[in-house]
Design a binder for this molecule. Structure first.
Ligand code: TYD
Ligand code: MG
Length: 475
């Protein structure tokens, strides 16, 4: 780590700002609700006008950089700080990369501050960590830390010495604290409360959020500090959400989950240092977020075997197969228009499977309200869950359960045919490891290789054949 480095290089000198339309590039001295050139609404964003001195300066720095041979570039490719929270490390691609900048987005109250305080507590055993909060006081954060560290058996655990807390929103002050603490990990909670005084616009506006994040990225790259930014996902409006930051940072993680359920999924949507769409599964409990090492088992824990309308799908979340229960319920419509209510599945996929069940299998779903629910607050967007969705609806409609020991995997086509989905071996293995005996899947074109899982595989061509195998009483 190159301490001491010049923090004030990162803070530009006081400058003027202008408002630039993000659609057409028209500039104005004052903010305007509507761009006079292209007519776009709320598109004017405050930007810094770089003074001539800065331009000269940047030219001289351009000369200072020198091309290096690939073989001579320092730094081991695999150099990462180990993170003892496995589910988190897996989403990052195996530990924290020094000098990387990671954005963690999510709805308010979902558990971002809690999870990152846990990361800070763990990492402070290795090296100094600075936790900057613009939302909570040091006292509040301490109370939370004590709660997280409290162990059921031993009472409160000792507090770490190397975790530094500060309540601060000004970026210049934050950068000054960094020169004092010299952390290896900086956590900024949240990027929406961080402000740069040069910009007139208020905290949380697009220009503030973007400018602060780029300064923190420069800090990360020049010093080797790993930076975690917390960002609230908000509806479109004056408060800028993590979307405007996605291209600035190296890694974007989203913490998802139903607020009324305890499971939380940490999902990577962009990662320069690992696979994307990897997930880590946590459960929010008394002492913060607990890792869920075997999520499939957890998601199936409350399942009622032999209940009509319950089907088991196997979805892939990144490289990890997950078994989820999909519930369907049909109920005669009361007021004319039949309703379709998906919870955790895509509305259009529900409409599609319903249409196929109606047209190809002759189920009279036109007069039925249909509810589909993914148990555990999960969201399943993969077409591989189509078959399970269709089976859950058909099972409820026929009032006959599906085979309790079977999983259903496959995409449903418009003609009622089943289509193969990717990574079938991984899905079958996961189902077998949880004790399922049968998998009903689409027929393969080439049958040269046997399936690599200890499970009976029934290959079928169509949704109708799949239901013939899956429903306990034949219809
Ligand atoms: P928080 O991390 O503050 O959310 P965010 O930073 O994403 O806005 O989480 C707040 C919620 O988590 C709150 O409803 C209380 C709950 N919680 C627990 O259930 N257990 C705990 O140990 C902690 C610290 C919080
Ligand atoms: Mg918070």
């Amino acid at each position: 780590m190159n301490f001491p480095y010049q923090v004030y290089n990162i803070l530009m000198p006081k400058t003027r700002t202008q408002y630039v339309c993000q659609q057409c590039g028209r500039t104005a001295a004052r903010p305007m609700g509507r761009c006079p050139q292209c007519g776009a609404w709320n598109s004017m964003v405050e930007e810094l006008i770089a003074p001539p001195a800065t331009i000269r300066h940047s030219r001289s720095t351009a000369v200072r950089s020198t091309p290096q041979r690939l073989s001579e570039v320092s730094g081991d490719v695999e150099e990462r700080l180990p993170l003892p929270i496995n589910e988190f490390a897996r989403v990052l691609g195996g530990g924290i990369v020094p000098g990387s900048i990671v954005l963690i987005g999510g709805d308010p109250g979902i558990g971002k501050s809690t999870l990152l305080l846990q990361v800070a507590l763990e990492m402070s055993h290795q090296s100094p960590v600075l936790y900057v909060s613009g939302e909570e006081s040091e006292r509040q954060i301490k109370m939370r830390a004590v709660r997280l560290l409290r162990d059921a058996n031993t009472g409160a655990l000792p507090l770490p010495d190397n975790l530094f807390l500060v309540t601060e929103t000004g970026l210049d002050a934050i950068l000054e604290h960094i020169t004092q603490v010299k952390p290896q990990l900086l956590i900024v909670d949240s990027i929406q409360t961080t402000t740069l005084p040069e910009l007139e616009s208020s905290a949380g506006s697009v220009s503030q959020v973007r400018e602060c994040a780029s300064r923190l990225r420069e800090l990360a790259k020049s010093s080797g500090i790993a930076v975690f930014l917390i960002g609230h996902v908000t509806k479109e409006g004056t408060i800028a959400g993590p979307r405007v930051l996605e291209h600035i940072v190296d890694t974007v993680l989203y913490l998802e989950g139903d607020r009324f359920q305890s499971y939380r999924l940490l999902r990577s949507v962009k990662n320069r240092f690992g696979a994307t769409s990897e997930v880590g599964v946590f459960e929010m409990g008394e002492h913060g977020m607990a890792e869920v090492a075997n999520p499939s088992e957890a998601f199936l824990a409350e399942r009622m075997v032999n209940a009509p309308g319950s089907a088991i799908a196997v979805t892939m979340e990144g490289t990890r197969p997950l078994l989820v229960e999909i519930q369907g319920l049909t109920s005669p419509t009361q007021f004319g228009n039949a309703r379709r209510t998906p919870n955790g599945v895509d509305f259009n996929r529900l409409l599609l499977t319903t249409a196929v069940l109606t047209r190809r299998l002759g189920l009279r779903l036109g007069e039925q309200d249909i509810f589909v629910n993914v148990v555990g607050g999960l969201t399943v967007s993969e077409p591989a869950a189509d078959l399970a969705i269709a089976a859950a609806i058909a099972s409820s409609m026929r009032n006959t359960p599906l085979r309790a020991d079977a999983v259903l995997i496959g995409e449903v086509g418009l003609s009622g045919e089943l289509r193969m989905v990717g990574q079938m071996n991984a899905r079958l293995k996961e189902a077998a490891s949880l004790g399922f005996k049968t998998a009903i899947i689409p027929q393969r074109m080439r049958k040269n290789e046997p399936w690599q899982a200890d499970i009976q595989v029934i290959e079928v061509r169509s949704l109708r054949q799949a239901l013939d195998h899956a429903l306990v009483e034949k219809v």
